[in-house]
Design a protein. Structure first.
Length: 271
């Protein structure tokens, strides 16, 4: 697989979009990352991501797409979905399975609704159809810390809300290193993306999603809760749902069967 691993960049709308690719299967899987992409894009991450998601690359070409590197104020999750479609055109991806995590799941909702011909199957993990109290509390806090330039505090708060108490105890020592690695030259892009999360509301378009959909949530998600997952499963026709009883917002890292659960849904023939 080593020869298929690539860090790339697209030209788009007068700016650039970072992406990574690995695997060489005929079918495509596109991962759309969360709000953390506003602090650090996928640039240079092809090798570690290929190792983390190697199971997906066995029979697929796997892509991870960042948001554009320059975003105007007021840029919405729907506009970001249009960017994903434009990236698919440039990369010659006619259709793909889409795995959207957190904010990436918000974008994926609009991608599936607005461009159904581009989406094969859809996984929406730890995301919601519209902002809620937990999400607003988290994002407003992060936006304040970003504006104040308190990056270490932002990372520490993010850690507390995203992960289980056990993980936090083990990982707390790494906050200074994580802060150094993720601190952007400017928070402008992060703040635009954070506001887009706050403004996201795909409620009215969810019933038109035709792609087979799996919704995954965590009962102990302290960043946006689990009710949004239930709302998505009720609103999207024939959507399946799995709620991890002790799942956190970072269940895609903490739950050992997350990758296999997604891959089974994306590959097992539908009845």
């Amino acid at each position: 697989m080593a020869e298929t691993i690539k860090n790339g960049q697209l030209q788009m709308d007068g700016t650039t979009m970072d992406y990574i690719r690995f695997g060489s299967g005929e079918k495509h899987i596109i991962f759309l990352p969360g709000l953390g992409d506003g602090l650090r894009t996928v640039k240079g991450m092809a090798l570690p991501m290929a190792a983390m998601y190697h199971a997906f690359a066995k029979d697929h070409t796997v892509w991870m797409l960042s948001r554009k590197n320059e975003l105007p104020a007021g840029y919405s999750t729907r506009a970001m979905a249009n960017d994903v479609k434009k990236a698919m055109v440039q990369l010659h991806i006619p259709k793909a399975h889409i795995v959207g995590v957190s904010m990436g799941g918000m974008i994926a909702q609009y991608l599936a609704a607005d461009y159904p011909e581009r989406v094969d199957r859809l996984v929406l993990a730890v995301t919601c159809p519209r902002s809620n109290v937990l999400l607003r509390d988290a994002v407003i806090t992060w936006m304040k810390l970003a504006r104040w330039g308190k990056h270490k505090e932002l990372m520490a708060d993010n850690l507390q809300r995203m992960y289980s108490p056990k993980y936090v105890r083990l990982a707390r020592w790494g906050v200074p290193l994580l802060s150094a690695v993720t601190k952007p030259a400017s928070y402008d892009r992060f703040l635009v993306m954070a506001q887009a999360c706050m403004d996201h509301n795909a409620w009215d378009v969810l019933p038109v999603i035709a792609a087979p959909t799996l919704v995954i949530g965590g009962m102990e998600d302290r960043a946006l809760g689990s009710e949004g997952s239930r709302e998505l499963s009720r609103r999207i026709p024939r959507a399946e749902i799995h709620l991890y009883p002790h799942g956190t917002h970072a269940l895609y890292e903490e739950e050992k069967d997350f990758n296999r659960r997604c891959l089974d849904f994306l590959t097992v023939p539908l009845v």
